[in-house]
Design a protein around this ligand. Sequence first.
Ligand code: GLY
Ligand code: MN
Ligand code: MN
Length: 433
Amino acid sequence: MLKSTVPGVHRERRQRLSDSAPDACFIFFGAKEVVRSNSTHYPFRQDSDFLYLTGFDEPEAILVLVGGKSHLFVQERDESREIWDGERYGLDRARVVFGVDETHAVHEFYSCLDTLLTDATSVRTTLGWDADRDRSLLKALHGASRFRGKGRFGHLPVHSPLPELSELRSVKDEVELGLIRKACKATVKAHSDVLRKVRSGMTEFDAFIEFQYSLLRHGCGELGYGPIFASGFNATTLHYTRNNELLKEGDLFLIDAAGEVEGYTADLTQTFPVSRQFQPAQSRVYEQVLGVNREITAMIKPGVSYRELHSKSVELLTESLLSLGVLEGDPKELVLTGAYRKYYPHGVGHYLGLDVHDAGIYHERGRDFLLKPGMVLTNEPGLYFREPGPYFGIGIRIEDDILVTGMGSEVLTAGLPRTVAEIENVRSGGVWS
Ligand code: GLY
Ligand code: MN
Ligand code: MN
C-alpha cells in the first residue's frame, strides 16, 4: 500500500468528480503490466488518474462511479499467482483499505456493466489509449443501450472525464503537496550531491548513478521521468537521453532529473561547468537565463495566466539574445517574428504533480485559465546554441518547481546554489549548507 493512502482523501476526490456530473457513470481503467521482453515486465506504474481517485496501485483494476457509489474491480486473491508476483489485496481488504462502497472481481466487469448503467444518462471514460480495450468497452456499451431499451435515455453518449478531472487535479490538496514537497527535497539534495562530486573524466552515466544513489538515500526510490544528463553540445538537444559521454574540462553539464514519491514527481534542471569555473561566454548566457528564471518566479501568483508567464519569458529572452549580440533589431519585431525560437524552442513551464507534464487546463475557447492557490508549475527558461558562433554548443536551462500560494508563490526546489559565484564556489570545494 502507498504510505499516503488515506481513504477519506480519495473518497472526497471521487465525490467531487461525481458531483460534476451526478447522472453520469464514470469508468476509469488502471494501468496494465507491460511486457519488456520474454517473461519480463517494465516496472509497474499505476495510471495517474486512477491513482488520484483510488490510491490503489495494483495492475488490471477498474473504478466505476455511478449513482453516488464507488465500485472497485480488482484481481482476486490467487495463491498460485501470488507466489510469483506478490500479495494482492483481494476484494475484502481492498474495500476496507481503499474506502470504496463495493469491490468486485475484475473479470466480472463486463457482466456487471448493464446493471451499473441502469440509471446513468451518460458515460464518462477516456478512450484512445488502448484500441482493444476501447473495442470491448464500446461493444459492451452498445449492448447496454439495447438492454436499456428505446427510451429517451436508452442510448448512452460517451464523454471524456478529463475536463473536470484535470481541473480537480490541477489544484493540489495537502496530501499531494506533502508528497511533492518530499520529492522536491530529495531531488534538491541529489542535485546538490552531484554538483559537489562531478569531475572531468567521469561520464554522464557516472553522474546519473551518483544522482540515483543520493535520491535513494533521501527516501526517493523512483525517477519521475526519463533523466537528462547532457554535457557539452548534448545539452542543446532538449530530450537528450543517451547519458553516456565523457565529461570534459571546459564543457557545461545540464542535468534535468528528479525523483518521484508515491506517484508525485519533482522536475528540476541545473546547469554547471565541468571545470571549477564557467568560461566567460558560458557565464554571460547563464546570468541571462538566471535573470529570466527569477523574474518569472516573481510574477507567479493567483490570477496570473500561463500565457502571461510564457510571453514575459519570450520578451526577456529576446532582450537577452540582443544583449548577447546574437540577435539584432527591434525587440517587439523580433518577438513577433519568432526570431528567439531557434534559441528558446520550448515553453516556460507546465503544471506538475502525478505526471511531470501534469493534468490541468491552460485555456479554453480562447480564454486563459488563471493560476489559483494550490497549483504547482515549473519555471524553466533556457537558451540553446546549435549553430557556429561565439556561444556554439552552449545549452543552459534553469528549472524550479513553484507552488502558487494565497499571496504569491513558494519555490519548492529552493536551496541549490544558483548564481555563478555560488556554483563556482561549490565546484571549487566550498561549503554549501
Ligand atoms: N523534464 C521535462 C521537462 O522539463 O519538461
Ligand atoms: Mn519541466
Ligand atoms: Mn525538467
